[in-house]
Design a protein around this ligand. Sequence first.
Ligand code: HEC
Length: 133
Amino acid sequence: MSDYKIKTLVFVGLSLSFLIYSGWIYFHEEPESHPASRAAIMGKQVWQEKNCGSCHQLYGLGGHLGPDLTNVIDSKPEGYIRAILTAGTPVMPNFHLTEKEKDNLIEFFKYTNTTGTSSPKSFTLHTDGTISK
Ligand code: HEC
């Protein structure tokens, strides 16, 4: 086979693979394993609007002035979290959140708690780069 034909075959082969893979990614739907409640989605919105992530991490990612909050709902009583969200601290500003916003943030923390772990000390590294405990 001529050099030109081989190059054309390789080009067509790679183009086809690219198109098939792109199509698969575009149309393939992963089943949602941890569906978020409406309140949790609203809580995430508050998290983003107030930029809580500039000081706090979720799943180990974010700012480092405050603690990671992925599993805060497990380690601290809800009343304590609500009090911090109401008054702030000497370092954390008071965001003057409404009761609804606080409820939604707490729902969001319940959601993050079921979907990940902050900074696990020991974990199994998978070949696709993800980890599990
Ligand atoms: C300017 C940085 C900053 C921002 C922005 C911030 N926080 Fe904080 N937050 C802190 C710090 C620092 C602490 C730890 C208490 C302290 O040292 O004052 C804290 C503590 C907390 C705690 C208690 C955690 C624990 O384990 O005791 C919660 C819950 C919390 N923040 C939620 C939020 C939410 C929700 C937002 C966004 C609405 C937010 N924070 C925005 C700095 C911040």
